[in-house]
Design a protein around this ligand. Structure first.
Ligand code: LLP
Length: 404
C-alpha cells in the first residue's frame, strides 16, 4: 500500500476508486500480497516441506480460500460451517484438519463422511465420541490429540491458548491415557499430536519451549506420530515498528526436533497468510467537535471490525488522499454504534479531515470480516479482491432485506 500522486493505492488501484465503485465500508484484499505471504511462508520452512493448512477462521471468504487453495494450501477448520466452506473452495479433504474443543456429533459425523485428513480431538469425551461414531459407520478414523503444553506464548491474554488454565487441549497425564486408549481401539488410528499455543506471537522462544515439551512427551509416549501439527500463531507487524517473528530460529528449532522425530509437520497459519492483505475503507459521516478532541464518526463500526473493541487492537489508519494539512485537534475515530467501545483509534497530528473524506484501516485481512456481526442490524460490508488490473467482488455487501 503506497501513495501514488497523493492517492493511497492498493497495488496500483486508488482507494478512492474502490470506494466510488463499491461503496463504503468495504474490505479490499490484495492478491499480490497473498501470493507473496504464501511464498515466503513456504520458503521459511522449505527444508521440511510442511503441510500448510490455512486457518479458515481468520478469513472465511470462499473465493479467497479458493485462491489460497490454488496456491497449494490445505485448511484448518473448527466447525461444520468452516469445513463446508473449505470443501466448497475445492480444498482437498486430504489436506483438511479439524480442530476445536466442542465438536458436536453431527460435526464429527460430517467430517468422517467427507474423509478429511485428521480430526484433532481435545478431550477424552471427544475421543470416545469419535470412536462411537466411527464404530457405527464401521470405519477407522485418523485422529490427532491436541496437547496443552502449558507454554506461555507471551501474547495478549485473550488469544493465548497454550497455558494450563486455558480450555484447549489435554494435559500430559490425559494425553498418555488417550494414547493408550487409542492403541486399544479398533476404530481410532492415532496419527497426530497437535498443539497451538496462541496467536500474534512475535517471540520465537515460546515455540522453542513448546517443541521441547512435545519432544519429551513423544519420547515418553513411545508412539510413532505420522504428523506433528504445530498450529499457527505467527504474528505480523501491525504498527510501523516492523517487529517480526524470527522464522529462521523457529525453523532451526523444528529441524532439530525432526532429527529425533520423523514426522510430517503440519502448520495452521491464519494471520500470517492474510493479515496484511486486507484494508477496510471507510467514509467520514460526521465530524463532531468537542473540547479536547474531535470525534471522527465513520460509516464503519465495531460490527465490521471487532478487533479494537475486543482486544484493544490498534490498526494503522491512513487518509485516502494526502493533503499535508495537519489537524491541531486530536482525532478519535469511532463508529455509529451505541457502545462506548465502538472506537477504533485515537490519533494526534493526523491529517486534517472533513466530512465525506475516506480513511483506510490497515492489516485487517485476518479476523476482520470473519469476526464481523450484524449488531444494530447493520448489513455486512462488501469484500473485493484486487488481482492484477482487475477488482472482483468476492462477497457482495449484505442487503437490509437479507436481515429484516
Ligand atoms: N489453529 C488453531 C487451533 C487456532 O485456534 C488458531 C487461532 C489458529 C490455528 C490460527 O492462528 P493464527 O495463525 O491466525 O494466529 N481473533 C483473534 C485471534 C484468535 C485466534 C484464534 N485461534 C484476533 O483477532 O487477534
Amino acid at each position: 500500500m503506497k501513495y501514488i500522486d497523493k492517492n493511497l493505492s492498493i497495488e496500483s488501484i486508488k482507494v478512492l476508486d474502490v470506494a466510488k465503485k463499491f461503496g463504503t465500508p468495504v474490505y479490499c484484499y490484495s492478491y499480490k500480497l497473498l501470493k507473496e505471504n504464501i511464498a515466503s511462508f513456504k520458503k521459511n520452512f522449505k527444508t521440511f516441506a510442511p503441510l500448510i493448512c490455512f486457518a479458515v477462521k481468520s478469513n472465511t471468504n470462499v473465493n479467497l480460500i479458493k485462491e489460497i487453495r490454488k496456491l497449494g494450501l490445505g485448511a484448518d477448520v473448527v466447525s461444520k460451517g468452516e469445513l463446508m466452506i473449505a470443501l466448497k473452495a475445492g480444498v482437498d479433504p486430504k489436506k483438511i484438519v479439524f480442530s476445536g474443543v466442542g465438536k458436536t456429533y453431527s460435526e464429527i459425523s460430517y467430517a468422517i463422511d467427507k474423509k478429511i485428513l485428521l480430526i484433532n480431538a481435545e478431550s477424552k469425551s471427544e475421543i470416545i465420541q469419535i470412536e462411537k461414531i466411527a464404530k457405527s459407520k464401521k470405519k477407522i478414523i485418523n485422529v490427532g490429540i491436541r496437547l496443552n503444553p502449558n507454554t506461555d506464548a507471551k501474547t495478549l491474554s485473550q488469544i493465548s491458548t497454550g497455558k494450563k488454565e486455558n480450555k484447549f487441549g489435554v494435559d500430559e497425564k490425559i494425553f498418555f491415557e488417550l494414547v493408550d486408549y487409542s492403541k486399544n481401539s479398533k476404530n481410532i488410528n492415532l496419527k497426530c499430536l497437535s498443539v497451538h499455543i496462541g496467536s500474534q506471537i512475535l517471540d520465537h522462544k515460546p515455540y522453542e519451549k513448546m517443541l521441547k515439551v512435545i519432544d519429551k512427551i513423544i519420547k515418553k509416549s513411545n508412539h510413532k506420530f505420522a504428523f506433528i501439527d504445530l498450529g499457527g500463531g505467527m504474528g505480523i507487524s501491525y504498527e510501523n515498528n516492523n517487529k517480526k517473528l524470527n522464522y529462521k530460529k523457529y525453523n532451526t528449532a523444528i529441524n532439530k526436533f525432526l532429527k529425533k522425530n520423523k514426522s510430517k509437520i503440519i502448520f495452521e497459519p491464519g494471520r500470517s497468510i492474510v493479515g496484511n492483505i486486507g484494508s477496510l475503507i471507510s467514509r467520514v459521516t460526521y465530524i463532531k467537535e468537542s473540547d479536547k478532541k474531535d470525534f471522527i464518526i465513520l460509516d464503519a463500526a465495531m460490527n465490521d471490525l471487532m478487533r479494537p473493541a475486543l482486544y484493544g487492537a490498534n490498526h494503522r489508519t491512513l487518509p485516502a488522499l494526502k493533503t499535508n494539512k495537519i489537524s491541531k485537534k486530536t482525532y478519535e475515530f469511532v463508529g455509529p454504534i451505541c457502545e462506548s467501545t465502538d472506537k477504533f483509534t485515537t490519533l494526534k497530528k493526523f491529517q486534517k479531515l472533513k466530512e465525506k473524506d475516506l480513511i483506510v484501516m490497515c492489516d485487517v485481512g485476518a479476523y476482520g470480516m470473519s469476526l464481523s456481526s450484524n449488531y444494530n442490524v447493520r448489513p455486512k460490508p462488501a469484500e473485493v479482491l484486487i488481482k492484477g488490473s482487475k477488482i472482483n467482488v468476492v462477497k457482495k455487501r449484505q442487503k437490509l432485506k437479507d436481515l429484516i
